[in-house]
Unconditional design. Structure first.
Length: 363
């Protein structure tokens, strides 16, 4: 699978970005002050403009260094460039120390408040993420009991009644054990996905992946499990590289395909990827029975649903994991019923790598 490391596409580290913002705001303040000084040479607005630039610098950058630097540069500009005599330092100007202390105090206060707000937001995000993982883990644990009980029951029946069971009955019990074991494998895969998203953002190993190769890999895995379902693969004509954790995104697509095969009662599924503006859109569409109207609004919630009598598995856990993984990538996910029948699951991923503040990701 072709991969391009994101580091080669991100020449600016976060610190460099902050300094660029600082320089840009100071340049903007200088330009505005110059234009307004031409219009009104006697105006006392220059200091206010640079105070505003200092406030914006402290608000838009992290830490204190940029705010303090902006304060120092602003005071120098006000004194050296925009105060008579121009282009000369005059430290005897009344209020000069006060101006510097005011700008420095403003930058420190705003930087402190901004840092506190960011920390509180990060704490809220971490709390929400922990709650999400706890709910998913609780739901997965709940669903693990049923197949294990079924496996124990089927194997016990074979062992205790080996002489009284005919070949067809033994085959049926062994097929049940096989199906339950496959279900356990999928549940463990989901559990590993949840664990992979735990902790900090380093758990997401994002690289630029070729979408068509991800689709091909997923299609091969799905067809080995569900050879009786026709799978139509529609890949983009032009190479489509998307920042993603390939392991997790393959799990998302496999969950969606298996959900269609198990719950949709479909005979054909279409898997596609395309680029729309600055996002990559992945779609899984089947020709099955669709989604019940009462299930659709909360289909991505990690609700504890018991398995139905027809032995079709709980789809809520897998879809909850899918939605969480997509959101962790900065994307969105939706589900709907197709006009001609069947269900359509669609999710988007941003084409450009950027910090996902909602999930505390700062690559």
């Amino acid at each position: 699978m072709r991969r391009v490391h994101l580091a080669s596409r991100r020449p600016w580290r976060p610190a460099a970005r902050d300094w660029l913002i600082t320089l840009g705001l100071l340049a903007l303040g200088y330009a505005l002050s110059s234009l307004l000084l031409l219009a009104d040479p006697g105006g006392g607005f220059v200091s206010m403009i640079f105070v505003l630039m200092v406030v914006l610098t402290a608000r838009l950058t992290g830490g204190y260094a940029c705010g303090v630097a902006a304060s120092f540069v602003s005071v120098v500009c006000v004194n050296y460039v925009f105060t008579f005599p121009y282009w000369e330092f005059n430290f005897t100007i009344s209020g000069y120390p006060l101006t510097f202390l005011t700008m420095l105090s403003v930058s420190l206060i705003v930087s402190t408040l901004t840092s506190q707000i960011k920390r509180q937001e990060q704490l809220r995000v971490e709390t929400d993420r922990e709650a999400m993982r706890a709910n998913l883990l609780r739901a997965v644990s709940h669903d693990l009991r049923t197949p294990l009980t079924s496996i124990v029951g089927s194997t016990s029946a074979i062992l205790e009644n080996e002489d009284r069971l005919d070949a067809a009955q033994k085959t049926a019990l062994l097929r049940s054990v096989h199906d339950e074991a496959q279900w356990l494998v999928r549940m463990v895969e989901n559990l590993l996905s949840i664990t992979r998203m735990s902790g900090d953002e380093t758990q997401l190993h994002k690289e630029l992946e070729a979408a068509e190769e991800v689709l091909s890999s997923v299609a091969d895995k799905f067809q080995r499990r569900f050879s009786g379902v026709q799978l139509e693969l529609t890949a983009p004509e032009e190479p489509l590289f998307v920042p993603m954790d390939a392991i997790l995104m393959e799990q998302v697509l496999l969950n969606l395909l298996e959900n269609a095969a198990y719950h949709g009662r479909c005979t054909a599924i279409r898997l596609s990827a395309e680029r729309q503006a600055d996002t990559a859109v992945f779609t899984v569409e089947d020709n099955g029975i669709g989604i019940a109207a009462d299930v659709l609004p909360g289909i991505f919630a990690p609700a504890l649903r018991s398995r139905s009598s027809d032995d079709r598995r709980n789809m809520g856990i897998g879809l909850s994991v899918c939605c969480s993984i997509v959101k962790a990538h900065g994307g969105t996910m939706s589900a709907a019923n197709a006009p001609g029948g069947g269900a359509v699951f669609c999710f988007t991923l941003p084409m450009e790598e950027r910090a996902m503040e909602e999930y505390g990701d700062a690559d």
